[in-house]
Design a protein around this ligand. Sequence first.
Ligand SMILES: Nc1ncnc2c1ncn2[C@@H]1O[C@H](COP(=O)(O)OP(=O)(O)OP(=O)(O)O)[C@@H](O)[C@H]1O
Ligand SMILES: [Mg+2]
Length: 512
Amino acid sequence: MSDYLLEMRGITKSFSGVKALDGIDLRVRPGECVGLCGENGAGKSTMMKVLSAVHPYGSWGGTILWNGQELRCTTIKESEEAGIVIIHQELMLIPQLSVAENIFLGREPRTFGGMIDFDAMYVEAARLLSGLRMGHINPVQPVSNYAGGEQQLIEIAKALSKNAKLLILDEPTSSLTKSETAILLRLVKDLKSRGTACVYISHKLEEIEEIADSVTVIRDGRFVGDAPMADLTTSDIIRMMVGREMNNLFPREEHPIGEIVFEAIGITCLDPENRLRKRVDDVSFSLRKGEILGIAGLVGAGRTELVSALFGAYRGTHSGEVKIDGKLVKIRNPREAVRHGLCMVPEDRKAHGIVPGLGVGYNITLSVLDDFTKAGLIDEAQEFATIGDAIKRLRIKTASPLLPISNLSGGNQQKAVISKMLEPKPRVLILDEPTRGVDVGAKYEIYKLMFSLVREGMSIIMVSSELPEVLGISDRVLVIGEGELRGDFINDDTLTQERVLTAAITPLKRAA
Ligand SMILES: Nc1ncnc2c1ncn2[C@@H]1O[C@H](COP(=O)(O)OP(=O)(O)OP(=O)(O)O)[C@@H](O)[C@H]1O
Ligand SMILES: [Mg+2]
């Protein structure tokens, strides 16, 4: 009998001749949680797709041993029957179907007549959700009624209903709030204590530290090493991931700050479902040339609503005024925003940032196609020169600029979306959670890029839920809580996480 529940040996995988995995080993003991770490594009998701037969047996090389026996699954269903269940990095729920239908998709309880037994399905789903402390989620509602974080929890409930022996979580917390993350980590610990093993992929190394018993690191498709978590520090993991020492995670640079270029005055956003509720309540602020303005707050505070309203992309009713260079401007949609020199990298790249089937390169130039068009013809040479520069500037890892963007690793898709929004050369760039799903090395590069942009005179608004990032990068910090502007601080040595958090939860005292 083998010591291991799972042994993957010398796994190789190529896409059209390009090696994504080049001989990777991964071992998991029964009931153990293995953290799988590596930079964007290292091959983590691909490795897990090999294991769960998203890439079927025969399309990759090497061996998988499961309880000491060779495993040769050709369908996801087969791997699930063996007890391997994966929660993918990109959500796979069907928005129009109910929560219960999503959970039991393809395994619906049936009546004697063979029809779907909806009553039984709702009851079972409700029981499952409340057992996972998710009793507030209604199994009858369509999934689309729930926000990103809740959808992620529904996905997790779905996976858990399948009685996994090995659960694979591929960046499960990238759209979760702190408290949802805590729920998830507790669930994984519960499962572990009941003997379920797991492979946990995350760029948030503090989660790896909390949950993993051992860590396997891969780089550029190759195995770097594995060790018990107890023998490692996070800086060891970072060094193994990026191949060098990284002491300073925030490369803050001095840069001149000029006159006010942008003003938001009395921005108010009504909840699209309930117009009596204000998601953003009379927020005003200004932004100077060359300034990096961080917007902090708890998830759900109204930060994304605020910046989408500024960009003309808020889906409900909103009011307020925007001034650029002291002049009032009307921004009714993103196109007008871009024309006025305002660009935004949205929080949800899948819904708003990319055209999945289109090549990486064409995604990048999509917003500036007119620049390459003369007399109705596209100057391809010029377009490709621009694409080449963009790919180099952010070191986007792609086999070719023509590869559909959906084939890029998650973090590299994010870098491509940022590139796309730089092409119109905006004066004001809004970044909503720019480093979500991005590895430590690439985060550093994004920060460097932000500093070089502000030195060229651009101004940046950055929404981020990572307080160390907000404090590490911003010149000024706005704090939003329950739709209100609760703080506007210069980011000097006196500004601490505690002060920001205190401001976030302290309601304003308004004149009656
Ligand atoms: N279907 C595909 N076609 C072509 N190339 C692919 C495909 N799927 C993955 N790749 C390539 O394989 C490499 C590894 O990607 P993978 O998604 O496994 O990275 P990852 O480690 O999960 O990164 P991230 O942290 O950004 O999610 C990348 O270079 C990616 O572009
Ligand atoms: Mg991935």
